[in-house]
Design a protein around this ligand. Structure first.
Ligand code: DX5
Ligand code: ZN
Length: 235
């Protein structure tokens, strides 16, 4: 079984003190910093861009993952790499015809049934060509079978266990079967994002996830080092 890594999403940090939050992550044994990039179009919220990602890069040696919850992510791959991201997370929902329920602006969550694999592979290759890791991200409502053909090509995976847009939401259990499906076909890192805490972590780890993303559970904990240790104890 793979070693568990904890990735702290700074979405729940105090943005007036991001450097302190990064130091806290390092002191608590967190391996990665998860940057939730939202554009108000792919998801109903606007958060962090390249400028803040570059500031994060400047203040931490930890691995930085840019979770791109944005339309037209291909236009921003290079600028997030230039800002210092080590891992670029691309939503598969940006590569394929959207379901009728979410085709218009303002209709969420974005979901697809069929992936445009060649377009998706083209963008993963661009990330790899620049020496970074390409992470395939999938929303709760998109069937995992839609990504089956690209599993062999992805550098890693991020299974969403909430509909993206906000931290502090409740875990959606359908993520567990998705993790199991991917793990039976790949030895790459599988992260799970949304509603991770001591109650939800054991099942996702058992299913094969090895990267636990956490925003609210970590940043609101009275004992953040203990929280990280507890998450890793499920290995
Ligand atoms: C949701 C984000 C998550 C979120 C996790 O759109 O992608 O990374 O910050 O927050 P928690 O851990 O509070 O569910
Ligand atoms: Zn995220």
């Amino acid at each position: 079984m793979k070693k568990i890594e904890v990735s702290a999403s700074i979405l729940s940090a105090d943005f007036g003190k991001v450097a302190d939050a990064l130091k806290l992550c390092e002191d608590c044994g967190v391996e990665r910093i998860h940057v939730d990039v939202m554009d108000g179009h792919f998801v109903p919220n606007i958060t962090i861009g390249q400028v803040v990602t570059a500031a994060v890069r400047k203040y931490t040696k930890l691995s930085v993952e840019a979770h791109l919850m944005i339309e037209h992510p291909w236009d921003y791959i290079d600028s997030f790499i230039d800002a210092g991201a080590d891992i670029i997370g691309l939503h598969v929902e940006c590569y394929g015809l959207r379901r009728i329920s979410c085709r218009e602006y303002g209709q969420y969550p974005k979901e697809i049934d069929v992936l445009d694999a060649s377009m998706f592979e083209r963008d993963m290759a661009r990330i790899k060509a620049r020496g970074r890791e390409a992470c395939a991200v999938i929303n709760p409502g998109t069937p995992v079978t839609a990504i089956e053909s690209v599993i062999a090509h992805a550098g890693s995976f991020l299974v969403m266990s909430v509909n993206p847009g906000f931290s502090g939401q409740k875990f959606i259990p359908s993520a567990i079967d998705k993790i199991r499906f991917i793990r039976s076909r790949s030895q790459a890192d599988i992260g799970v994002d949304g509603g991770i805490n001591l109650q939800t972590a054991p099942d996702v780890v058992k299913a094969g996830a090895n990267v636990l993303i956490t925003a609210s559970y970590f940043f609101t904990s009275k004992d953040p080092a203990g929280a990280v240790k507890a998450l890793k104890s499920f290995a």
